[in-house]
Design a protein around this ligand. Structure first.
Ligand SMILES: Cc1ncc(COP(=O)(O)O)c(C=O)c1O
Length: 282
């Protein structure tokens, strides 16, 4: 089955789909995006993704290109036309196409692109053995709560991690506190056994998986402390893990080449992953 993309009202062959060269997403990274997981034909946590999309659009004063109901229809249609039962939907909205000028253009319709791709399940090895992270300075802007398509610091950080043989880079603010990963949220289980993650303010993206973990943990009576934690605290933690739509929950077993506790995935990390997997299968 050949891939199909939705671009501004049309379903096009993926290989030929494109936007105009003066699309502000292309020229200024003036846009936002979302990634939604599809599991056995069902969208996981679609509403929180669409809520966050709305918040990102509002923060940048970009009008929604269509109603929520119409967008949901397009998402389903892209998934259907691509025959995706397990995979991800990518949707991107930019301020639209206009003659290049920094200030907002007037009377311009936002651009909407939706693609879908099949994904393989996370390799069991990553879950069973855990993954490594490096740490790098957080050089991003001060509104990381907006899911902007402007991702240069994130891609540079991810490449640094890859070059170091790690899965992710955790970013540190000027106080040496962990903000988040380049495309994941960061968590630890500290010496006292408390699950700690940074509060969702403007320094991090409020991950939909982060919210799912909070919800599922609360239902199990597992407490979560939302406060910044330092690299020093992470290095001494009993467990560490990361969360995202594409990784779900993955145990972190090395930080900057040093093992976290005994260097094996922690019990709570694996329990939270299992809870997420169950929630997705429901
Ligand atoms: C910077 C950043 N933090 C966290 C996340 C995790 O968010 P979610 O769980 O919604 O995928 C992402 C996902 O792309 C991200 O880019």
């Amino acid at each position: 089955m050949s891939r199909i993309a939705y671009v501004n009202g049309r379903y096009l062959a993926h290989a030929e789909a494109g936007v105009h060269i003066e699309d502000r997403g292309y020229q200024f990274a003036d846009g936002v995006y979302e990634v939604v997981a599809i599991h056995r034909g069902r969208f996981f946590d679609e509403e929180p993704h669409l809520d966050r999309l709305k918040r990102s659009l509002d923060a940048l004063s970009i009008a929604p290109p269509m109603s929520r109901a119409a967008l949901k229809h397009v998402l389903r249609e892209v998934a259907r036309r691509n025959g995706i039962r397990d995979g991800i939907l990518y949707l991107q909205i930019s301020r639209g196409v206009a003659k290049r000028d920094h200030a907002f253009p007037k009377n311009v319709a936002p651009s909407l692109v939706v693609t879908a791709k099949r994904t393989k399940p996370t390799p069991r090895k990553l879950v069973e053995e855990g993954i490594a992270v490096i740490t790098i300075p957080d050089i991003r802007w001060k509104r990381c709560d907006i899911k902007s398509i402007s991702l240069l610091p994130n891609i540079l950080g991810k490449q640094q991690a890859k070059d170091a043989g790690a899965f992710e880079a955790w970013m540190l603010d000027e106080q040496g506190m962990v903000t988040e990963g380049t495309s994941t949220n960061a968590w630890i289980v500290n010496r006292q056994g408390a699950i700690v993650t940074r509060p969702a303010e403007e320094a991090i993206l409020n991950g939909v998986t982060r919210l799912a973990v909070k919800r599922l943990a609360a239902a199990e009576g597992i407490a979560i402390e939302e406060r910044p934690f330092s690299l020093a605290e992470a290095r001494e933690a009993k467990e560490a893990f990361l969360t995202s739509t594409t990784s779900l929950v993955l145990p972190v077993v090395r930080i900057d080449s040093q093992p976290v506790a005994d260097g094996k995935p922690g019990k709570l990390s694996l329990k939270l992953r299992a809870l997420c997997e169950e929630a997705m299968a429901r």
